[in-house]
Design a binder for this molecule. Structure first.
Ligand SMILES: NC(=O)c1ccc[n+]([C@@H]2O[C@H](COP(=O)([O-])OP(=O)(O)OC[C@H]3O[C@@H](n4cnc5c(N)ncnc54)[C@H](OP(=O)(O)O)[C@@H]3O)[C@@H](O)[C@H]2O)c1
Length: 369
C-alpha cells in the first residue's frame, strides 16, 4: 500500500497544484487506493534485473563511528525496510565492510533479517535486489578469496543468491597486481551462480572501460557502476562516467546523493552533526549557500522538500540514487523524491548553483582514473 507523504510537504504548501509535473502518475479513481510512486515502465533494467528508479543505502546500519548506529534502532530500521518495499523500492545497497568493530557485517545481517521478517506478498519479497560490495582488502589476493567473501556475505544475509555482487573499489591506484584477482573474483562468483549480476564501485572512466571489456571477453555482463554522484560532487569525471555507462549499457548508481546529509538543509555551520561528519561539514557547508538557496527555492515552489529535490536531481540525470536512511521519517520523505520530475529550467538552475558553489564534496580516496 502506498504511503501518505503529507509529513514531507512544507507547511506553506497547503494547496499545491503540481501542474508543471508531466510525469505525475494520475490519481486513482478509487479514493482508498493511493497511486503508486512510479509506474512499472519507470523501473530500470539493470542487466538481468529490474529495479526501482531509486534504492536505499544502508551504510549507517551498523556504523557507530560515523552514523551513530545503536542496536536499539533495529526495529525502526525494519519499519524503514518494510515501508520502502511496500512502496515499490526493491534495491538495497550494502557492503561486507559495513558495520564498525564487532558490528562488522551488521548491515548485511540486518537486511537478511528484514527480508525474512517482511510480511508482505512473497512475489514482492522475491523481487528484492540486494547489491553488496566486496572490499579489496590487501589479504584478498586470489579470485578464490573473493568467492569466499561472497559466500560469507550470502551466509550473513541467509539468502540463496545475491542480486548484484560489486567490487567496492579498485586497487589500480595503489596495488595494480591485485586488480586481476578482483576481476576474476567477479567472474568466478557469477559463473558459480552466487550472484545474479556484477557491478563495480569507485571505478573512474578509464578503469571502468577496462573492466567492462575484460568481463565482456569472459562472457560476464557488467550491469552497474556506483560512484559518488550528487549536486555536491558533480564534475567532468562524473559526466564522463555517465556517458561511458550509457554507451556500454551500464546503470549508474549514485551514492551519497544527499552529500552525507549536507544537501538536506538541516545542517548549518552552527548546527553540525556529531563526530567526524561534523569536521567535514565545517569545511564544506559555508561554501554551499548558493546551492542550498536554489534547492530551497525550488522545493518551496514545488511543494517538495530539499532532500526530495536533491534526490530527484540524481534521477533526472538518468542515475539511480541510493540515499542513506536511518528513520521512518527520512524514508517517507525520501520516497517523495519519486513520482515527479524537475523541469529542464530547474535542472539548469541547480546545475548552475552547484557550479558556482565554492565548495565540493571530497572525492573518495579509492576513486580511480
Ligand atoms: N561505494 C561506496 O564507496 C559508497 C560510499 C558511500 C556511500 N555508499 C552507499 O550510498 C548510500 C548513501 O550514501 P550515504 O549514506 O553516504 O549518504 P547520503 O545518502 O548522501 O546521506 C544519508 C544521510 O543523510 C541523512 N538523511 C537522509 N535522508 C534525510 C532526510 N530526508 N532528511 C534529513 N536527513 C536525511 C541521514 O543522516 P543523519 O540523520 O545522521 O544526518 C542519512 O544517513 C550509503 O548508505 C551506501 O549504501 C557507497
Amino acid at each position: 500500500m502506498a504511503m501518505a507523504l503529507s509529513n514531507s510537504v512544507p507547511s506553506a504548501c497547503i494547496i499545491c497544484l503540481s501542474a508543471s509535473n508531466q510525469f505525475d502518475p494520475p490519481s486513482s479513481p478509487f479514493k482508498s487506493l493511493k497511486p503508486p510512486l512510479f509506474w512499472p515502465w519507470q523501473k530500470v533494467k539493470m542487466g538481468p534485473l529490474t529495479v526501482s528508479p531509486m534504492g536505499f543505502g544502508t551504510w549507517a546500519w551498523g556504523n557507530q563511528l560515523l552514523w551513530g548506529y545503536q542496536p536499539s534502532m533495529d526495529s525502526q530500521l525494519q519499519q524503514v525496510f518494510n515501508l520502502a518495499v511496500e512502496n515499490g523500492i526493491n534495491l538495497f545497497d550494502t557492503a561486507d565492510s559495513y558495520g564498525t568493530g564487532r558490528l562488522n557485517g551488521q548491515s548485511e545481517k540486518l537486511l537478511g533479517k528484514f527480508i525474512r521478517g517482511f510480511q508482505g506478498e512473497k512475489r514482492i519479497r522475491d523481487e528484492i535486489v540486494i547489491a553488496t560490495k566486496f572490499a579489496a582488502y590487501p589479504w584478498r589476493l586470489t579470485s578464490g578469496q573473493f568467492v569466499q567473501a561472497c559466500r560469507a556475505s550470502r551466509d550473513r544475509m541467509q539468502i540463496e543468491q545475491i542480486g548484484i555482487g560489486q567490487l567496492h573499489w579498485s586497487t589500480a591506484n595503489y596495488a595494480p597486481p591485485q586488480e586481476l584477482a578482483l576481476w576474476n573474483g567477479l567472474v568466478a562468483m557469477y559463473e558459480k551462480g552466487l550472484v545474479k549480476a556484477v557491478g563495480v564501485s569507485n571505478y573512474g572512466p578509464k578503469q571502468l572501460v577496462k573492466i567492462h571489456d575484460y568481463l565482456k571477453a569472459r562472457g560476464v555482463p557488467l550491469c552497474s557502476a556506483q560512484v559518488q554522484f550528487s549536486l555536491l560532487s558533480i564534475g567532468e569525471d562524473q559526466m564522463e562516467i555517465k556517458n561511458i555507462c550509457d554507451s556500454l549499457d551500464i546503470r549508474l548508481i549514485s551514492y551519497s546523493p544527499l552529500g552525507l546529509g549536507m544537501l538536506t538543509g538541516k545542517y548549518t555551520p552552527s548546527r553540525l552533526p556529531q563526530g567526524p561528519r561534523g569536521l567535514l561539514f565545517k569545511q564544506i557547508l559555508p561554501g554551499l549557500k548558493p546551492l542550498l538557496v536554489s534547492l530551497r527555492e525550488i522545493a518551496e515552489k514545488r511543494c517538495k522538500t530539499i532532500p526530495q529535490v536533491a534526490i530527484n536531481w540524481c534521477i533526472s540525470k538518468g542515475t539511480i540514487p541510493i540515499p542513506g536512511v536511518k528513520t521512518v521519517k527520512q524514508a517517507e520523505e525520501n520516497l517523495g523524491a519519486l513520482g515527479w520530475r524537475l523541469s529542464s529550467s530547474e535542472l539548469l538552475q541547480l546545475d548552475y548553483a552547484a557550479q558556482e558553489s565554492p565548495q565540493r564534496m571530497i572525492q573518495n580516496i579509492f576513486q580511480t582514473k
